[in-house]
Design a protein. Structure first.
Length: 235
């Protein structure tokens, strides 16, 4: 195992200790959830697209957050439960919720109700990850949960693409981009036949891949994905 990586940050005045954060490794790798924690949390496992193996989530907010990352074309990858850290003199163990790479910037994300997080620990973690060219970010569960419709739309898209990941559609994708660009705005139902969905499956998968790649866009925030969902080519 690589040597421990440490940074020390002085605590507020009136204390005589330093909060230290250390990690055996800062190569992000999903930590397997212990059985007791699986029982104690709203645990779920899902196969996604931007992480190669099944993802483990400890709350619905974590799951929605990952689905929204799937829908962000600027996010190239993420890793749930990425590091095992120890904090402070008592060496308390801590695993952040998610490691996210967005436009080359790495964020280490913690999701909490109302973004409540111990300030001393937050400062120590911010200093630690800043030293390693990452940002430590605490997000409000409520903000993520407020985007439920969008997250569930991406759930449908991701599940469909996972089921059909071996279907080759690259030539269809280019044809569809050219057609949507020519027509301006189209509907999903223009290409996916409601009465015979199986026959138009390649077009459906191609369109969903274009959405996932950010080559075409749709308003998924307010209404469920359906045949009348409008699509446009991204600029």
């Amino acid at each position: 195992m690589p040597p421990s990586l440490e940074v020390t940050m002085e605590l507020p005045e009136g204390t005589d200790q330093a909060a230290r954060v250390s990690a055996g490794s800062l190569t992000p790798c999903q930590r397997q959830t212990e059985r007791g924690f699986r029982v104690a949390t709203d645990f779920r496992v899902a196969q996604m697209l931007k992480h190669p193996t099944p993802c483990e989530f400890h709350s619905i907010a974590e799951y929605y957050h990952a689905l929204l990352l799937e829908g962000d074309p600027n996010v190239s990858r993420y890793v749930p439960q990425p590091f095992l850290l120890t904090i402070g003199k008592r060496q308390r163990r801590y695993t952040p919720d998610c490691y996210v790479v967005r436009d080359g910037q790495v964020d280490v994300v913690e999701l909490r109700p109302r973004a409540e997080f111990d300030e001393r620990r937050r400062q120590a973690l911010e200093a630690f990850f800043r030293t390693h060219r990452m940002r430590f970010v605490v997000l409000e569960n409520e903000v993520v949960l407020s985007r439920r419709c969008e997250a569930l739309n991406w759930q449908k898209i991701v599940q469909t693409l996972v089921l059909h990941r071996d279907l080759v559609t690259w030539s269809i994708e280019q044809e569809l981009v050219d057609d949507v660009l020519h027509r301006g705005t189209v509907q999903l139902g223009d290409y996916v036949r409601q009465a015979d969905r199986e026959s138009s499956r390649p077009q459906e998968i191609a369109l969903l891949r274009l959405l996932h790649q950010g080559k075409v866009s749709a308003d998924l925030a307010e209404d469920p994905l359906g045949y009348d969902t409008e699509l446009t080519v991204c600029g």
